[in-house]
Design a protein around this ligand. Structure first.
Ligand code: HEC
Ligand code: HEC
Ligand code: HEC
Ligand code: HEC
Length: 466
């Protein structure tokens, strides 16, 4: 079975393969062989005297390499550059700094021109020092290949070629990782890479001051954002290299959620330790920004749950959905995580000025979330489990809706991702699709968010699930 599949893939790849890749295959093999003999201990490629350097996206753009105009039908599509340059917003990331909005943000923040400000370039371009350049390339390329794949100078030569069978692909991929390629096949590493810019990392910050100056608030969900990017690759099983593994979307969602929880706790630690405090971007935005509709607003009718009236609740969107799956995978560890996340939430909503207490609480929650990341990577993802999760989440409609607009937004992306993963296997259900589209409409205008309406729509989704 496995053999037959490899043969079919090989035949397909060969059929569409451009001349460049076919001709370069033997050379690539020879280089790979030499490099395998070089016996460099793993993980040192980037740190030894000859550290890996950046070559720029122009080095990947030849028509016969990654600049093809359509996918070649093989395991590596070879039209990645074309997809990126024509459809992927990352290619516009630098240009966005020069728009009126970009310049407005920089001017309010007194940073000078946005396209020259470090504070912006760290996320909007491949901003590396001259010493890290292997070839000439421009900041104006925006977020480019090596922003996600890592510096290429060491693996540009020993490259995967498109004829690779499943096994050969795996061997070559591992070798490239040894030479400094970011292992984006590893979903935890991939999520960390995306979230570095889409949530924040040391030195990469979008805080409430930047948001108030006009920067979009950052929200992320790995599976949905991958679809929007759009994807320029064939997803493969991390362990075997098999193409398009079943339930991949559910796995991407779960690992992405666990990593996002861990990284948000680390970000909170940084904010509490050295930033301005309290930091409003850690809280549920809409709680401060909704319109005043009293004296009988839905909030006043429903009550304030476990936070005091008039105090902003912690933004729980990174845990409220994920907890359902974490509970299915490891109830014991989830109980621990639950207590720790809620301890953090309580400190935030009490507007605690005790920074050390916040740092300590966020640090324990981050460590437990880290353990959960590994559980998510190794969990089993099948149709029954995905269906169970969809039911559990939609049945928790009232709590999820009450947790605020940010949670409702995550719930919408989550239900959509899980439904799509399941429908690939089980077939589409028009009623479910329509009900989920209704969720998207309810989070379109965050300031007008209405929890009872959102809960009612989640229940409609629930009713369409068998
Ligand atoms: C080096 C920083 C960086 C990394 C790494 C990164 N992004 Fe982005 N991403 C950005 C920036 C900046 C933008 C905004 C681009 C613009 O100006 O429109 C963006 C925009 C996007 C958008 C468009 C969002 C919209 O509103 O249309 C998607 C989707 C996206 N990124 C997905 C991803 C995914 C998936 C990953 C990981 C595989 C990732 N990004 C990694 C910086 C990054
Ligand atoms: C932590 C990383 C990060 C930093 C720092 C950052 N940005 Fe962004 N920026 C993003 C991401 C990610 C997006 C896309 C958000 C989305 O659509 O989900 C974005 C979107 C934008 C957009 C909207 C683009 C569009 O297509 O609508 C503008 C404008 C912008 N950023 C300007 C700036 C400016 C100016 C600075 C510096 C003052 C800056 N950014 C700093 C990550 C960052
Ligand atoms: C926003 C992040 C991001 C950017 C920018 C990006 N990629 Fe990717 N790319 C990924 C992810 C994630 C994967 C899937 C995991 C993997 O195969 O490494 C991937 C996969 C690939 C693959 C398939 C690798 C394989 O072995 O199957 C190729 C080839 C590739 N990218 C080339 C490029 C090129 C060329 C560019 C620039 C024109 C580029 N990528 C820009 C994130 C990115
Ligand atoms: C604790 C209350 C609080 C929270 C939580 C909060 N903000 Fe704010 N926000 C403010 C205040 C106060 C201002 C300044 C208003 C002014 O100067 O008129 C502001 C200003 C803004 C502005 C500028 C509005 C304008 O029209 O000038 C935006 C946009 C914004 N916040 C978005 C957000 C987002 C997005 C979040 C969540 C990530 C958030 N805020 C969380 C209190 C909050």
């Amino acid at each position: 079975m496995k053999l037959a599949r490899t043969v079919v893939l090989l035949a397909l790849a060969g059929m569409y393969l451009p001349a460049c890749a076919q001709n370069s295959a033997p050379r690539a093999d020879a280089r790979l062989h030499d490099l395998l003999q070089a016996a460099q201990p793993s993980g040192t490629a980037g740190s030894t005297a000859g550290a890996a350097k950046y070559v720029g996206p122009g080095s990947c753009s030849a028509v016969a390499c990654h600049g093809g105009i359509q996918p070649n039908g093989g395991r590596v599509l070879q039209d990645e550059y074309s997809t990126w340059v024509t459809q992927d917003k990352h290619a516009q990331a630098y240009a966005s700094l020069k728009t009126p909005l970009g310049e407005q943000i920089a001017s309010i923040m007194k940073l000078g021109p946005a396209e020259k400000a470090q504070r912006c370039l760290v996320c909007h371009a491949l901003d590396v020092t001259p010493a890290e350049h292997d070839r000439e390339f421009e900041l104006s390329d925006g977020v480019s290949c090596e922003s996600c794949h890592g510096p290429a100078s060491k693996w540009l030569g020993p490259h995967i070629h498109a004829t690779a069978s499943q096994d050969a692909w795996l061997t070559q991929h591992r070798e490239m990782v040894r030479l400094g390629l970011v292992d984006n096949q590893d979903l935890a590493a991939r999520s960390e890479r995306c979230l570095g810019c889409h949530l924040g990392a040391p030195g990469l910050n979008v805080d409430h001051d930047l948001i108030a100056a006009g920067h979009p608030d950052l929200t992320f969900e790995l599976d949905s954002f991958t679809a929007v990017e759009p994807i320029h690759w064939v997803e493969k099983d991390q362990a075997t290299g098999a193409a398009n593994p079943a339930m991949f979307g559910a796995r991407a969602w779960a690992v992405g959620q666990a990593v996002q929880l861990e990284m948000s706790m680390r970000r909170l630690q940084r904010h509490a330790k050295e930033g301005q405090w309290p930091e409003f971007s850690e809280m549920d935005c809409i709680t401060c920004h909704h319109a005043l509709t009293g004296p009988q607003s839905w909030r006043q009718k429903e009550g304030y749950g476990d936070h005091l009236p008039g105090r902003p609740p912690y933004n729980l969107s990174r845990y409220a959905l994920f907890q359902h799956f974490a509970n299915d995978v490891d109830p014991g560890l989830n109980t621990e995580l639950n207590a720790e996340v809620h301890a953090v939430a309580l400190l935030i909503t009490s507007m605690s000025s005790d920074r050390a207490a916040v740092v300590a609480a966020a640090s324990s929650a981050a460590d437990t979330a880290h353990e959960m990341v590994q559980k998510m990577e190794h969990a089993n993802y099948d149709r029954a489990r995905t269906q169970r999760l969809l039911v559990a989440i939609t049945a928790d409609a009232d709590h999820i809706a009450a947790d605020g607009e940010r949670t409702a937004e995550q719930a919408t992306m989550t239900v959509d991702s899980l439904y799509i993963a399941e429908a690939r296997d089980a077939g589409k259900n028009a009623a479910t699709r329509e009900a989920i589209d209704g969720l998207f409409k309810l989070v379109n205008n965050p300031s007008a968010y209405n929890a009872p309406q959102f809960a009612a729509q989640m229940k409609r989704v629930r009713a369409t699930l068998q």
